[in-house]
Design a protein around this ligand. Structure first.
Ligand code: SAH
Ligand code: SF4
Length: 383
């Protein structure tokens, strides 16, 4: 087995080069050929010594993931389905906008968190992706798009870890991938333009702030623990007060002076005026400790197994108005690529469930939607 060079950040590649008896600075040249130029053939890397190229041919390779499908939406969004072996496949989405190009990257085949409203979660969990499988999504997309759009400059300006999986449950593979995204010899993205989205793995948020503090989005979805326990089962381990206290700590290292809270709008479940008021109370309590945030309301993208419905536009607008009135910057996410099932929460890939997640979700569904639709108590929401 030779090493896939997409598995390394620059430091890792330097160690690899040293192992081949080469000077560390060779790694910088090699890293640039691979990530900035999109090269995979060592013979094309003209400023590398022939002796190094020969060694690389024996000990290394640069391999993208096999593509199972590519779909292009009428709004320009592109979705790829990549084969990661053993019957598992993951999805990656490119979202073009006037002032940026965003790539939504997957971190796991499936997800073990099992959120009730997420189609990845409904599929269960197969395995973590390795660094090469995470970075290969960006490597392929960037260099494919440059050719496709006939552009010599960088196409992808932003990366969001919002594809399939919970990135902070795959921490050791995630960090080198993030470092390669940020590295000036790699993709050179600023820390503000790389976002990790998490359902709230609190101890790993602490580590991320120390190891690689990129922009942070936290999937909140409920204003009280009773409801969040049901929508995002991880809340039973890391309840709201603990999660929000960690968000406040994260800000000390964050590249932006706010955390983005994502809130998926589910008809009758978490979208009522009382929920918005309770959310305001909750966040204001933490704002007094230094929490700064923005809200991003995501209209739910339905899939049939969920049994849930998207909130009406007027309900979303009313909810947003309450947050704005309370002084919180609030946006409503535009749905992109829904004609190719590429919108948030629709990424399902193809996952062989090797855990009991699908079983747990079936149990969750035993909690009827009617229960979820109970009005929140006006208190701090503790059950
Ligand atoms: N696991 C991470 C990142 C992947 S999910 C997380 O949960 O944050 C990316 C975003 O899509 C999250 O905010 C998630 O809550 C949201 N999402 C999941 N399912 C959705 C759906 N069906 N409709 C709209 N948004 C959804
Ligand atoms: Fe996993 Fe995120 Fe989906 Fe929850 S919303 S199941 S954490 S991918």
């Amino acid at each position: 087995m030779t090493a896939n060079l997409l598995d390394f950040d620059l430091e890792g590649l330097a160690v690899f080069c040293e192992g081949l008896g080469e000077k560390r600075f060779r790694a910088t040249q090699l890293f640039r050929w691979v990530h900035q130029r999109g090269m995979s053939q060592f013979d094309d890397m003209s400023d590398l010594a022939k002796s190094l190229r020969e060694k690389l041919k024996v000990h290394a390779h640069v391999a993208a993931l096999p593509i199972l499908s590519q779909q292009i939406s009428k709004d320009g969004t592109i979705k790829w389905l990549f084969d990661v072996g053993s019957g598992d496949a993951v999805e990656t989405v490119f979202i073009p906008e006037d002032d940026r190009g965003t790539l939504c990257v997957s971190s796991q085949a499936g997800c073990a968190v099992g959120c009730r409203f997420c189609s990845t979660g409904h599929q269960g969990f197969s395995r973590n992706l390795n660094t090469a499988e995470i970075l290969a999504q960006l490597w392929f997309a960037e260099h494919f798009l440059r050719k496709h759009l006939n552009q010599s400059e960088r196409v992808i300006s932003n990366v969001v870890m919002m594809g399939m999986g919970e990135p902070l449950q795959n921490y050791s593979a995630l960090i080198p991938a993030l470092k390669a995204m940020l590295d000036d010899h790699g993709y050179g993205l600023s820390r503000r333009r790389v976002t990790v989205s998490t359902s709230g793995v609190v101890p790993m948020m602490t580590r991320l702030s120390q190891d690689c503090p990129v922009a942070l989005a936290v999937s909140l979805h409920a204003p009280n623990d009773a409801l969040r326990d049901n929508l995002v089962p991880l809340n039973r381990k890391y309840p709201l007060d603990e999660l929000l206290a960690e968000c406040t700590h994260y800000l000390a290292k964050a590249p932006r002076d706010f955390i983005t809270f994502e809130y998926c709008m589910l008809q009758g479940v978490n979208d009522q005026i009382e929920h918005a008021q309770q959310l305001v109370q909750l966040i204001k309590r933490h704002a007094a400790q230094g929490l700064r945030c923005k809200f991003n309301l995501i209209p739910f993208n339905p899939f049939k197994e969920s049994g849930l419905l998207r909130s009406a536009d007027a309900t979303v607008a009313k909810f947003a108005a309450i947050l704005i009135e309370a002084g919180f910057v609030t946006t409503i996410r535009k749905t992109r690529g829904d004609d190719i099932d590429a919108a948030c929460g629709q990424l399902a890939g193809d996952v062989k469930d090797r855990t009991d997640v699908a079983h747990r979700i079936a149990q969750q569904r035993a909690v009827p939607v009617q229960w979820l639709q109970q009005r929140p108590q006006p208190s701090d929401g503790k059950p």
